[in-house]
Design a protein around this ligand. Structure first.
Ligand code: 5RP
Ligand code: CA
Ligand code: ZN
Length: 225
């Protein structure tokens, strides 16, 4: 299954990854950012429906110069003390949030349409792929409608979120380590989609569906550790 996931990711297809029963218990739709299209946006918005985020490796995040939102808030709390009171020290499923800043590409209009968000995501993937980190502020504005996520250094070896799993998949696929992820929601229950329903969706739409455990095991094998 991991081989199929890598092949799909390389081709710009959607891959479904369930994290773990002991974590969020969520499945995200994941695509390499550079292949993002408005059609992907429409499918993911309708069939997943969660928050569109862009996981970025720690190395690329450093090159772009983007902080964790928590670090930014901590710094800004000197002037706005309420930001310190809002510290996310009680996330029920993880120690630390991966959230960074939000952005829009400067050529978008509102930033929220399928065309606009696909543009923001794809252009950011390409900017990073081409190593044009110094042009980040020239082409993007913040705040925006796409949430950037900073992966932990050594990603899945340190944190086992969809942020890190997206980056592990990108590394194994030899792709630029910038992706897009979005949680699959269930319209009937108002909860996240359970793995049985995700399995049916995957089958119907011929998509690869794998567990975080399988992906992390494959990453260990890939690294020989
Ligand atoms: C942003 C999130 C999602 O859970 C997303 O999957 C990335 O976060 P994580 O790395 O914690 O899984 O919080 O909508
Ligand atoms: Ca999360
Ligand atoms: Zn997640």
């Amino acid at each position: 299954m991991i081989k199929k996931a890598i092949e799909s990711f390389k081709k710009g297809e959607i891959v479904l990854i369930f994290d773990d029963d002991n974590r969020e218990r969520e499945t995200d739709m994941i695509v390499a950012a550079e292949f993002m299209t408005p059609q992907h946006m429409t499918t993911i918005r309708n069939d997943a429906g969660g928050l569109f985020c862009v996981p970025i490796s720690a190395e690329i995040s450093d090159k772009l110069g983007i902080p964790f939102m928590t670090d930014l808030m901590n710094e800004a709390s000197k002037e706005y003390p309420v930001l310190a009171e809002l510290t996310p020290n009680d996330i029920p499923y993880d120690e630390k949030s991966a959230f960074s800043i939000t952005v829009n590409h400067r050529k978008t209009f509102t930033g929220i349409t399928d065309n606009d968000r696909a543009c923001t995501i794809k252009e950011l993937g390409l900017l990073c792929k081409n190593g044009n980190f110094q042009d980040f502020g020239k082409y993007f504005r913040s705040p925006g409608h796409v949430t950037l996520l900073r992966a932990a250094k050594d990603h899945v070896l340190k944190r086992k979120g969809h942020t890190e799993m997206s980056i592990a998949l990108a590394e194994m696929a030899g792709q630029t380590e910038v992706a897009v992820c979005c949680e699959m929601m269930d319209d009937e229950t108002g909860d996240s989609m359970n793995t049985d329903k995700v399995g049916e969706y995957a089958k119907k739409n011929d998509l690869v569906f794998l567990s975080g455990a399988e992906l992390i095991e494959a990453y260990h094998e890939f690294k020989g550790i």
